[in-house]
Design a protein around this ligand. Structure first.
Ligand code: ATP
Length: 307
């Protein structure tokens, strides 16, 4: 009988597990090494993600952005190094301890990774069934419906199968599933890839709104320069098997590194910057704007004198 008594201790453990993380860095990666055979992907990679930020993660194809994300969420055991999420070690955790953290993040994988034989609502219910099997079916349906609406899908999408959705809707359905457990951390792997510019911009704005409304910390892998300019607080650049810089986009643009210069100051980078600046100007159109300011947008920023 004694084992059925809900002691203060067990209650405290439960409360503790659901308390939100209050530290500065929900993700801390130190000295990460990932090797596949004789291929070294990461070699001494360090990264700290700040609570409440949208951190963009960029790097050339194959630099290990997805492997980094998989390492952080415990799907890829690193060769060396330590990873802490919410102050708890992912690399040393026993399976039970890891489970205590896993229900506090949501992941939108590349392509959505929805179960094709389940409806959108059933997809959203998958994590609920895994982590809260005692919830009533009615409550699960209600939560799924709410998450679908929160992700900007119409209510009728709940009963649709992934094959009946457009690319943008599939991403939103994947997002609804990532939000099913009210996560503190959201991992998005190239969420705007394959979307048209309007769909991509709408998804960016949704991400920003959700971050603000739900107090999320967002780890956003992207190649989308517009997303970096529009919604990222900081951007981490992967190159040379490490994170070579983490900063705001304007600060990164000042760095003297070949890949960073090509990426942010190349034609596409400049176009994204101009678009964002014009967007901001449009929001202040009722105030007088110096013609000079607009002219400056079309001219590259003068480089800082490094001497
Ligand atoms: N399980 C694995 N076994 C062997 N090699 C792997 C494994 N997972 C990833 N790799 C390799 O690690 C490298 C980095 O892959 P990753 O998917 O993280 O790159 P990425 O930076 O996300 O690239 P992209 O921008 O093209 O999506 C690639 O060369 C990939 O082939």
């Amino acid at each position: 009988m004694a084992e059925n008594i809900d002691t203060a201790e067990t209650q405290n453990e439960r409360v503790g597990r659901h308390e939100r993380f209050r530290g500065d860095y929900p993700i801390v990666v130190e000295g990460l090494v990932n090797r596949f055979g004789d291929q070294t992907i990461h070699d001494g990679l360090d990264l700290k993600v700040r609570r409440g930020e949208i951190l963009g993660v960029v790097g050339g194809s194959g630099t290990g952005k997805s492997v980094l994300m998989r390492s952080i969420i415990g799907l890829q055991m690193p060769t060396e190094g330590s990873i802490e999420v919410f102050g708890r070690s992912i690399t040393d955790a026993d399976p039970d301890e890891a489970l205590g953290i896993r229900d506090r993040w949501g992941v939108l994988f590349q392509g959505g990774a929805l179960f094709s034989t389940l409806t959108v609502g059933e997809n959203v219910e998958v994590p609920l069934k895994q982590f809260y099997p005692n919830l009533s079916p009615e409550l699960m349906h209600d939560i799924a419906r709410y998450k679908v609406l929160l992700s900007g899908l119409p209510e009728e999408a709940v009963n649709k199968y992934p094959s009946e959705l457009s690319g943008g809707m599939k991403k939103r359905a994947g997002l609804a599933r990532a939000l099913s457990l009210d996560p503190e951390l959201l991992f998005l792997d190239e969420p705007t890839a394959g979307l048209d510019p309007i769909g991509a911009a709408a998804f960016d704005q949704l991400t920003l709104q959700l971050k603000k409304a739900l107090g999320l910390t967002v780890f956003l892998i992207t190649h989308d320069l517009d997303s970096l300019h529009e919604i990222c607080d900081r951007v981490a650049v992967l190159a040379d098997k490490k994170v070579i810089a983490v900063d705001t986009v304007p600060n990164l643009m000042e760095l003297d590194h070949e890949w960073i210069q090509e990426y942010f100051n190349g034609p596409r980078g400049r176009a994204a910057l101009t678009a964002q600046a014009l967007d901001e100007l449009r929001q202040h159109m009722d105030q007088p704007i110096a013609a000079q300011t607009i002219k400056a947008l079309d001219n590259p920023r003068p480089k800082k004198d490094k001497t």
